[in-house]
Design a protein around this ligand. Structure first.
Ligand code: NAD
Length: 489
C-alpha cells in the first residue's frame, strides 16, 4: 500500500523538534533551526533546533548531575526500561520505518528490517544488564580475598552516522543504559529525526531525566569540541568515517577518554570456484545493495575465481539490472536514493575514475535522471590496481576482479587499510577456516551476505576501528573495572 502524504505529514508532526536536555525538549540557545531533507525528492521534511556548544554543555551538565544516582540504580530497573523500550519501538515499528525512509531514503521493506535489527539491541542488552557479573577469588598466595567488579565508565558522548539512523543509536544507547552510564547523543545532521523519536520512546519507557540527552545540530565540532575537553566526560563512542574518528581519538587522548571507534570499511566478497553461484549472487545482492551500498559492511570488492567469474558476473549484473530505483515509500522500490547530491557525485567520480583506468561497465554507470539522488545499480569489471578497489564506495557500485588461487584471494582481500566485514562463498568448510584465519577482518560472513546481529560482537581491525558493539562484548565498552583487595581476617 502506498503511503499517503497525510500519513507522512502526521508522522513528521509527531516528532519532537527540540533538544532533549534533562528530560525536557528545549529550544537551541541560538534560536536557530536547520532543515532535514528527503533524499528521494530533495524537499524539506521538517526543521529541528540547531544545538550550539552551550547546549552541548547543558546536556553534559544534565548527564553529569544524574550519573552517580544512575550508576547505583538496580540492574533490574534498567533492564525493564530497555525491555519496555524494545516493546514500544516494536509497537511503533511502522512509524520508525517510515521516518527512516523519509529522511534516509531506504525502501520501506529495508527500513522495517532495520527497526527489527535496531530494536533487538534494546532486548539483548535488557537481558545482559542483569547477567553482568564480577569475580571473587582467593589470591594465589592463599592469604587475601579479591573482588573484581564492573562499574559504569561515566558520562558518554555518543556520535552516530546517517546511514542506519535507528540501529546506530540503539547499538550505543542500549549498552550504555545497561552499564549505568549517562549520555549525550549527537545524531548525524542528515538523519536526526529517528533519534528524536527514539529518545522520546526511551523517555516513555521510563528512562529518568538527564540519563539520555540528545543534541542534534549542524556543527558537529561545536557540539563535540567542548565536551571532548570537559573532564566530566569519560567516554566517546563514535560510528562514522575514519578521518573523523582519528580526529576524535586525538581529542580523546588530551582528556584520556575511553573510546569506541566503529569506522569505515572496504569489504571483500570472495567467491571460490566450488561456491553455489546462485547463493553467492543472492548474498552479493544483500551484501552490496542493503542500504543502497551505504553501509560500512557493504561488499566493495568482489573477488571471484577466474573459473566462475564470467557466470557470476553475468548473473549478478542481471540481478542488479532488475532493481527498481524509486522513492522508498513506493511499494515497487527495491533501491533508494543516495543520501545527497554531493555523495552521489562522489560515487559517480569513483566510477568515472575506474573507467578511465580501464574498467568495463557491465551494467549501470551513471546517475538516474529526475528528482532525488538516485544512482544506477552498477557492476564493473576491473583489474588489480584499479583505483576504486582502494576506496570505500558508499553507493550501489560493485567492482568485480578475478583471482586464480586461494593465496591470491587472501592477498587481494587483505590489500586494504580497512578490516571490518568480509564474505566468503565456498562449499569447503576447511577452506573457510584456512581463509578466515589469514584475512584481517573483524567480521566474516560464511555463505551469508548479512551477518550483523545484536547478540554478536560487531567491529573491525586496522583503520576500521577499535572496540566491539553488541554481543557480550558490547556492555564492556561502557564499564570500567574496580579491584578490591581484602586482608586475610
Ligand atoms: P562522518 O564521519 O562524516 O560523520 C559521522 C558522525 O560524526 C556524524 O554525526 C557527524 O556529524 C559527526 N562528525 C563529523 N565531523 C565531526 C567532528 N569534527 N567532530 C565530531 N563529530 C563529527 O560519517 P558519515 O558520513 O555520517 O557516515 C559514513 C561513514 O560511517 C562511513 O565511513 C562508514 O563506513 C562509517 N560507518 C561505520 C560503521 C561501523 O560500525 N563501523 C557503521 C556505519 C557507518
Amino acid at each position: 500500500m502506498t503511503v499517503t502524504a497525510q500519513r507522512e505529514q502526521e508522522l513528521l508532526a509527531s516528532v519532537p523538534t527540540g533538544l532533549l536536555i534533562n528530560g525536557e525538549w528545549r529550544d537551541a540557545s541560538s534560536g536557530k533551526t536547520f532543515d532535514v531533507h528527503d533524499p528521494a525528492t530533495g524537499k524539506v521534511l521538517t526543521s529541528l533546533q540547531d544545538a550550539t556548544s552551550e547546549d552541548a554543555l547543558a546536556a553534559l551538565d544534565a548527564a553529569d548531575a544524574v550519573q552517580r544516582e544512575w550508576a547505583l540504580s538496580a540492574p533490574r530497573d534498567r533492564a525493564e526500561i530497555l525491555r519496555r523500550a524494545f516493546d514500544l519501538v516494536t509497537e511503533r515499528a511502522e512509524d520508525f520505518a517510515l521516518l527512516m525512509t523519509l529522511e534516509m531514503g531506504k525502501p520501506l521493506a529495508e527500513a522495517r528490517g532495520e527497526v527489527a535489527y535496531g530494536a533487538e539491541f534494546l532486548r539483548w542488552f535488557s537481558e545482559e544488564t542483569v547477567r553482568h557479573y564480577g569475580r571473587y577469588f582467593t589470591s594465589p598466595e592463599g592469604k587475601n580475598k579479591m573482588i573484581v567488579t564492573h562499574k559504569p565508565v561515566g558520562p558518554s558522548l555518543l556520535i552516530t552516522p546517517w546511514n542506519f539512523p535507528l540501529a546506530m543509536a540503539t547499538r550505543k544507547v542500549a549498552p550504555a543504559v545497561a552499564a549505568g552510564c549517562t549520555m549525550v547523543l549527537k545524531p548525524a545532521k542528515l538523519t536526526p529525526l529517528t533519534s528524536q523519536l527514539f529518545a522520546q520512546t526511551m523517555m516513555e519507557a521510563g528512562l529518568p531525566a538527564g540519563v539520555l540527552n540528545v543534541v542534534s545540530g549542524t556543527s558537529a565540532s561545536s557540539i563535540s569540541g567542548p565536551l571532548m575537553k570537559d573532564r566530566r566526560l569519560r567516554k566517546v563512542s563514535f560510528t562514522g568515517s575514519t578521518p573523523v574518528g582519528v580526529r576524535l581519538m586525538k581529542d580523546a587522548a588530551e582528556n584520556v577518554l575511553r573510546t569506541s571507534m566503529e569506522l569505515g570499511g572496504n569489504a571483500p566478497f570472495l567467491v571460490f570456484e566450488d561456491a553455489d553461484l546462485d547463493a553467492a549472487v543472492q548474498g552479493a545482492m544483500a551484501a552490496k545493495m542493503r542500504n543502497m551500498g551505504e553501509a560500512c559492511t557493504a561488499a566493495n570488492r568482489f573477488l571471484v575465481h577466474e573459473a566462475v567469474a564470467e557466470e557470476f558476473t553475468q548473473k549478478f549484473a542481471d540481478a542488479m539490472k532488475a532493481l527498481k530505483p524509486l522513492r522508498g515509500t513506493d511499494p515497487e522500490s527495491t533501491v533508494g536514493p543516495i543520501i545527497d547530491g554531493g555523495a552521489r557525485d562522489d560515487v559517480h567520480a569513483l566510477v568515472t575514475e575506474a573507467v578511465d583506468a580501464g574498467a568495463d561497465v557491465v551494467t549501470g554507470g551513471a546517475p538516474v535522471e529526475g528528482d532525488g539522488y538516485f544512482y544506477q545499480p552498477t557492476v564493473l569489471k576491473v583489474s588489480s590496481g584499479s583505483p576504486i578497489l582502494g576506496q570505500e564506495i558508499f553507493g550501489p557500485v560493485a567492482p568485480v576482479i578475478t583471482f586464480s588461487s586461494e593465496e591470491e584471494a587472501i592477498e587481494l582481500a587483505n590489500a586494504s587499510e580497512y578490516g571490518l566485514a568480509s564474505y566468503i562463498y565456498t562449499r569447503d568448510v576447511n577452506k573457510l577456516f584456512r581463509v578466515s584465519e589469514q584475512i584481517e577482518f573483524g567480521l566474516v560472513g560464511f555463505n551469508a551476505g548479512v551477518i550483523s546481529n545484536a547478540s554478536a560482537p560487531f567491529g573491525g581491525v586496522k583503520q576500521s576501528g577499535l572496540g566491539r558493539e553488541g554481543g557480550a562484548e558490547g556492555i564492556e565498552e561502557y564499564t570500567t573495572v574496580q579491584y578490591i583487595g581484602i586482608a586475610d581476617p
